[in-house]
Design a protein around this ligand. Sequence first.
Ligand SMILES: [Zn+2]
Length: 431
Amino acid sequence: MFSIQQITYNLKSNLSHDILDAVQEYLVGIGYDFSLRKISKTLNETFGLDAKDCIKYHQYFRNESPWDSDDNNLTPDFTINNNVLIVVGGIGNCLIVTLIYPSSNKSEGDKVFQFMKSEFVGCDPISPLIDSLNIPTFGDSTYLEKLDEYCTKHPELKFKDLVIDDASVKSSREIMESAVRKLLIEVSMNKKVKYEDLVKSGSEETLIKCTENGMLKTEIMVQCKSNSSNLAIINSQNEFDGVKTALRCAHCNREYKDEIISKIVSLNSDTKALITKSHWMNYVVVDELLKLGVSRDLIKVSPEGNGEELDLLVAYGDKIIFFEFKDRDFGLGDAYPFHFRLRRYSADTGVIITTSKIADDAKKYLSEISESENSMKVREIEGVENISKGVKRLILELNYKMAIGIVGDRLSNTGIAEIAGIKKWMAKYYR
Ligand SMILES: [Zn+2]
């Protein structure tokens, strides 16, 4: 989402304000103004800082900085134009020019970069060192190694090889609708249910929908009128028409057509697999993660270890995230074992997704452990309608944290100690 490009010039002498000024003047030539007026405007418009903060920032970035007591450390200058942030700073005999811009603004970033690289002569550079990188996003495959490392540390964890196929995702999304879910669960508990009983319970519309889309199958059951014994279950009306006069009951000798005929409903095997243990939630969440650009290789489905089953493991950078799914309320009795598993399998954070609610005492417990174990902040997503939004927010926040970590790291050698304004600016791109 963001790109950083950094050019380091090894100077013949130590970096001085004269050199920084020369670089600034040079950049003014392509529209990058470092003047107070411009910077205040930038700070206000781009970083959302008010006038008082602007002055503070300006002082900080200029020589008047209260932090600038040591003459050997020059404070960096910065400006922004067309959404490309330029920081000019450095240390010792190194001048470092850093460009930060949203990846969507690549052409402008490239323009400045090429300019700096090919034509910059203001400070007599010796072999400029160029370092450029794209801030990776959550799903970057470079994290595969770290996931492998994790798996090696936890050989007890076994993963299921779940294929995320379109048909299963489509069915899982249908199951998100609560009327559909309720009906399918009811059928799954009774295995075979009379169609008319389901109609009586008021779910005819959903029933028609689920038989039409193939999640439920209907069959014809023949029972003896005399003793109610089950005579046959026949796949389809056609098949029944073929045998209804040809076959007779062994007890009462009636033709099948004259016995008790009822339509029965059962789950097809694919739907059954999705409804069992709320497996459909796996498909929905994995689908959401894939849509957000998370690499499939970094998603491990249904990890199992020591007889415990987890729902989903996702590797984020050097972090391991466990997902827990519940198609019901998530109570304190669920929170304890979840916390235990987070620790046992050294997860960095956890995400609970429930179709219903997370009980207050469970929330309280989770926030207590978040406080006591810094990084172990457990995220909560309640309600089917919030799954997509919640997963997206999670990924964006994780991406953002990673991005500002990288930016802070990269800028540390330019003399910037405080990047609050930059953080604010970048945050806008992670909403
Ligand atoms: Zn009979």
